[in-house]
Design a protein around this ligand. Structure first.
Ligand code: UD1
Ligand code: MG
Length: 459
């Protein structure tokens, strides 16, 4: 059946209520645009026909640039005289339209529809009806077409045209339909525009006594339409909520789903995610990971049992098994933190490898470094990696101890099991096992402090 479907996406509208510079199909939704999500859902279903109108050049070039592999064609609806008129334009503009047994029609402004929903509609029409409309129940149905079920068939009455009594009906039209092409074609040219909007309504092809079916979906979240910025924000939430719901079922503890932003599908069982955590779709979180409030994880891998303490920011990096990062640490691109390592508060790491069980516990900058395993780095350590023109590397061997407030002037290599005394500025390489101290010698004069301590009451 899949070779037999024409997918018609209605995308000619302007989206006036969104108050954006771009046409509605190109309104942004989590790093992509509305139309991208619709195209994802229909990918593989059949040939795609996009009905474009407002700023059609922008919509068309977006699809051509981003989805060149899709079997998509464009049909221009010069004037937008309604959804029925859009489908008429499709038939007039596509000489092949009748070669498809089925025509699926959907809107470019319902980004949460999934392949499963479309499969369910295909299943319904294979049972024999001439057309199936996807419906759902909405407690505040304002704006939607209401489903008026009859003994046989049903009709759809638009908000504007509905009587007060009809407006109370909670079952509404989602704007997603599948038709036998012969049925749609034979009815689409019969409809008129004698209604309050003066438009040709696609919905008028559903009639009493016709062999048509209103198929009620229990979960309305899939059909959320985007007409204004409030609905756009809700769609964004819907996208995340759906993912989080799936993760919860899989065994991920998301403590406050409505205040958590997980786009990744790869979060391991037993992990605990606190509120206000952001994880993007390209990140992978292992099993039994804990991510405390305020953390951002972007394009990174957090391995099993690791902990990101509050307000830690991780980009393009890998955190090894059982490592503990933060609070308030930053892993910038190219950081690889070994298993069991510990990075504490106000530690920034950039393009560096930190070995297993190494600890950088407080207030440090580690850039362009390779630090071995079981190294202990004290508070206030700095790799001086930049000379104003180029970046240079710092290497510290396994088992070394670097005292607090030390700087490494890169390029520099410190061997294994070295000891650097606190407060040292190291600019010469050290062999394995070496000790270095590089700080001004202390001079102490008993009683001399009073010369320097100024107090108001002292002469
Ligand atoms: C439509 C349905 C309504 C349903 C609702 C679901 C009709 C008459 N009404 O109403 O029953 O409950 O969707 O969201 O169909 N478009 C064109 N060309 C046009 C007009 C519209 O391409 O001439 C496109 C729009 O860009 C949009 C889609 O069709 O993507 C739906 O149009 P819209 O004006 O949003 O219809 P609704 O009032 O939401
Ligand atoms: Mg709409």
């Amino acid at each position: 059946m899949s070779n037999n479907i024409a997918v018609v996406i209605l995308a000619a509208g302007k989206g006036t209520r969104l108050k954006m510079d771009v046409p509605k199909p190109l309104a942004p939704l989590h790093k992509r645009v509305l139309l991208d999500y619709v195209l994802d859902s229909v990918d593989g279903l059949g040939d795609i026909y996009l009905i474009t109108g407002h700023q059609n050049d922008l919509v068309e070039s977006h699809v051509n640039q981003n989805r060149p592999e899709l079997p998509a064609k464009f049909i221009l609806q010069k004037e937008q005289l309604g959804t029925g008129h859009a489908v008429r334009t499709y038939f007039e503009g596509n000489p092949d339209s009748e070669k498809y047994d089925y025509t699926l029609v959907m809107c470019a402004d319902t980004p949460l529809i999934t392949k499963d929903i479309l499969e369910e509609l295909k299943e319904e029409i294979s049972k024999g009806p001439d057309a199936v409309a996807a419906t759902f129940e909405e407690s505040t149905p304002f704006g939607y077409g209401r489903i008026i079920r009859a003994e046989h068939g049903f009709t759809i009455v638009e908000e504007k045209d509905a009587t007060d009594e009809q407006r109370l009906i909670k079952e509404v039209n989602s704007g997603l339909y599948i038709f036998k092409t012969s049925y749609l074609k034979s009815h689409i040219f019969d409809i008129d525009s004698n209604n309050k909007a003066g438009e040709f309504y696609l919905t008028d092809t559903f009639k009493e006594d016709a062999n048509v079916k209103a198929h009620l979906f229990a979960d309305k979240s899939y059909f959320m339409g985007v007409n204004d910025l409030y609905q756009l924000a809700r769609a964004e939430r819907g996208l995340v909520q759906r993912n989080i719901r799936k993760l919860l079922i899989e065994g991920v503890r998301v403590l406050d789903p409505s205040h958590t932003y997980i786009y990744s599908k790869n979060v391991g069982i037993g992990s605990v995610i606190y509120p206000n955590v952001h994880i993007d779709e390209t990140s992978t979180i292992g099993k039994n990971v804990t991510i405390e409030p305020g953390c951002f994880v972007v394009n990174s891998v957090i391995e099993d049992g690791a902990t990101l303490k509050a307000n830690t920011y991780v980009t393009d990096s890998i955190v090894g098994n059982g490592a503990k990062i933060g609070p308030m640490a930053q892993l910038r691109p190219g950081s690889e933190i070994g298993a069991g390592a510990k990075l504490g508060n106000f530690v920034e790491v950039k393009k560096s490898k930190i070995g297993e069980n190494t600890s950088v516990s407080h207030l440090s900058y580690v850039g362009d470094a390779e630090i071995g395993r079981e190294v202990n780095i004290g508070c206030g350590f700095i790799t001086c990696n930049y000379d104003g023109a180029n970046k240079h590397k710092t290497i510290i061997g396994d088992g070394s101890f670097i005292g607090s407030d030390s700087q490494m002037i890169a390029p520099i290599t410190i061997g294994k099991e070295c000891y650097v005394a606190s407060g040292s500025t190291i600019n010469q390489n050290m062999n394995d096992g070496a000790f270095a101290i590089a700080r001004g010698r202390q001079t102490t004069k008993d009683g001399m402090a009073r010369r320097f301590i100024k107090k108001k009451d002292r002469k």
